[in-house]
Design a protein around this ligand. Structure first.
Ligand code: NDP
Length: 477
């Protein structure tokens, strides 16, 4: 069911899609295959709700957001199970990462709007300027499947906090947690029409949301090719756009590290969530002095990672999200082999899976060496548990290699030499550089990518700026 105007409603044209479990390969539920008619209804509802919601006192909006966060916490088990069943991610990860962060997104922006303020400027006693920040209107929020609730709430929370109303289009392969969130919005007493969910495919539902003239702002997270289409579709309407797109992120390991200590962290950065995080380090570059030993240590560590039922706490990885994605990842493995890559570990389904999981989309974490810098794999986001490892002689070569990519999302650097780290961080053409850590996020800070990894920054005041229109008022004394 879609969630429009505070009600759960069937899709207008009565069409549904099958959701296939990545764990078993069997159908687990049906979801609306929404059409333009559903999007029109959702936008109409959001437009009607906008006037009143935009006028709501900041403290009241903040209280709503905190209430939703509390409800997410109270339903964390159910929401985490939805993510695991939809995505295939380990249940423990869904609880500790996805759901914890979804609640935090609401709490963070509930607090942020209470502290936001603007300054005034005095023009030599002759005039006074001040800035008004006003909600934009109906925000179209489009999210991907890898961190479904985490990324959707990263958009919903600041949009609502700033006084906008929203129409969300979650990924067709991971709709359940958004559906459950809609129920929690009802329980929280959020006025009808403030948050609407339209389920279904990118084409037509997502695409029509982008083209709807009544939606002045689009926040999109997903693949670069889709981002490109969205940019073109939104251009004639001059919409405000935020695009968080794909990545091909380097993990750079310098020879001074205690590499036995960092191997588990490099493995985590490569394969967490089955490697299906835009920030995963899929291109490991190791200084040649420690390269051979590092390869051996990392291969042994990865070999020991357990893959299987995501409900089993001992498993580090579950299945890939869908048959189509599994096939895509496997096809890149074939390319890697043709290009002369040597598979150090992985490259196949795990052995000994129970009968019930035999049709799931499982793949062992895969580490490939000996692919050259110009290999197609190094230019492509695979978005799965497939990672390359190569050596470099001097640190500036590693930066050159890392920057030799259409993407510019993130990188991680592992070294004890902080002076060098500052220099390399400045030279890397990416939106985020982690030094001796990975995926450590402070929600106050800007997040986003350079080059084909996106346009705009979200996070902290950047989100509050994006989800508001800025107006300068000048008063002559
Ligand atoms: P897609 O680009 O395929 O889809 C993202 C969302 O856009 C989905 O809801 C999809 O709908 C929808 N969509 C598809 N086509 C259109 C269209 N023409 N108009 C409007 N909406 C459309 O990405 P994936 O879901 O496959 O997600 C993986 C990608 O997301 C990777 O490239 C990853 O790097 C990136 N990503 C980036 C992040 C970042 O912060 N930079 C974070 C997380 C992921 P549907 O799927 O229902 O068809």
């Amino acid at each position: 069911m879609n969630f429009i105007d505070g009600q759960f409603v069937a899709p207008a044209e009565g069409r549904y899609l099958d959701k296939i479990s990545p764990i078993t390969g069997a159908k687990i539920y049906a979801l609306p295959d929404s059409s333009e008619v559903d999007v029109v209804m959702a936008v109409k509802s959001a437009q009607s709700a906008f006037g009143e919601w935009a006028q709501t006192k900041v403290a009241e909006r903040s209280a709503f957001l905190n209430k939703i966060a509390d409800l997410i916490d109270a339903h964390a088990d159910e929401l985490a199970m939805a993510e695991t069943q939809d995505v295939g991610k380990p249940l423990e990860l869904a609880k500790s990462l996805d759901i914890a962060r979804a609640a935090l997104n609401f709490r963070f922006f509930a607090s942020a709007i209470l502290h936001k303020h603007e300054m005034a400027t005095d023009m030599d006693g002759k005039a006074l300027n001040y800035v008004l920040r006003q909600p934009v209107g109906v925000a179209g929020l489009i999210a991907p499947w890898n961190l479904p609730l985490y990324l959707l709430t990263w958009k919903i929370a600041p949009a609502l906090a700033c006084g906008n109303t929203v129409v969300c289009k979650p990924s067709e392969i991971t709709s359940k947690s958004a559906f459950l969130l809609a129920g929690l919005m009802c329980t929280a007493g959020l006025p009808k029409g403030v948050c609407n969910m339209v389920f279904g495919k990118g084409e037509p539902a997502g695409s029509y949301l982008v083209r709807h003239p009544g939606v002045p702002l689009i926040s999109f997270t997903g693949g670069t090719a889709t981002g490109e289409k969205i940019q073109v579709q939104a251009a004639p309407y001059f919409k405000k756009l935020s695009l968080e797109l794909g990545g091909k992120n380097a993990t750079i390991v310098l020879k001074d590290v205690d590499f036995k200590k960092i191997v588990p962290q490099v493995a985590r950065a490569s394969f967490l969530n089955q490697g299906e995080i835009c920030l995963c380090g899929s291109k490991i570059l190791v200084q040649e002095d420690i390269y051979e030993e590092f390869c051996t240590e990392l291969s042994q560590h990865v070999e020991a990672l357990r893959v299987g039922d995501p409900l089993d706490k001992t498993n580090f990885m579950g299945p890939l999200v869908s048959q189509a994605h599994y096939d895509k990842v496997m096809s890149w493995l074939e390319v890697a082999k043709k290009e002369g890559g040597k598979i150090l570990t992985g490259g196949a389904r795990p052995s000994g899976l129970p009968e019930a999981l035999k049709n799931g989309y499982f793949l062992r974490p895969t580490l490939i060496r000996d692919l050259t810098n110009c290999s197609e794999i190094h230019q492509t986001e695979i978005f799965g548990p497939v990672v390359t490892i190569n050596s470099f002689k001097y640190p500036h070569e590693a930066v050159k290699w890392a920057n030799n990519s259409p993407y510019g999302l993130a990188a991680s650097l592992w070294t004890k030499n902080l002076n060098l780290a500052h220099k390399l961080a400045a030279d890397l053409k990416v939106g985020t550089v982690w030094v001796n850590t990975w995926l450590q996020r402070d929600l106050r800070l800007p997040f986003g990518g350079m080059k084909a990894s996106g346009i705009g920054r979200e996070g902290g005041t950047h989100s509050l700026d994006f989800f508001t229109d800025t107006k300068t008022v000048c008063i002559q004394f």
